[in-house]
Ligand binder design. Structure first.
Ligand SMILES: NC(=O)c1ccc[n+]([C@@H]2O[C@H](COP(=O)([O-])OP(=O)(O)OC[C@H]3O[C@@H](n4cnc5c(N)ncnc54)[C@H](O)[C@@H]3O)[C@@H](O)[C@H]2O)c1
Length: 83
């Protein structure tokens, strides 16, 4: 499953990304690096969008869709509705 992890370059987020990868999922990091670091992105080798989710940033939204790909995200978790 594709999973967008907001704050994925932070402490809890990076551990979440690691566990998701180990479980066979495809996590994508979304982080503005205000407190997180680029190192987890490089070490975990997952796609990442560096942007701020407080801003109505159309370019960031487009970049997220490009990184996540046409399969989209499962917003509800396992078994949830795609949208
Ligand atoms: N070694 C350790 O035990 C250790 C280390 C670090 C932190 N901690 C603990 O972990 C907790 C904090 O962890 P956390 O993961 O919740 O916080 P965090 O600050 O590590 O992660 C939050 C992430 O969200 C990102 N972010 C914030 N606002 C954003 C926005 N508007 N748009 C996009 N990204 C945004 C930040 O850049 C950061 O990467 C605290 O309790 C702290 O004490 C423990």
């Amino acid at each position: 499953m594709n999973v967008l992890v907001a704050g994925g370059a932070g402490y809890i987020g990076s551990h979440t990304v690691k566990r998701l990868k180990e479980a066979g999922h495809s996590p994508v990091i979304f982080d503005n690096l205000s407190r997180g670091h680029r190192e987890p992105i490089d070490i975990l080798k997952v796609p990442a969008v560096v942007a701020d989710n407080r801003m109505a940033d159309l370019a960031a939204a487009r970049a997220t869709v490009e990184v996540v790909g046409p399969g989209g995200l499962d917003r509800e978790g396992a078994g949830g509705q795609r949208g």
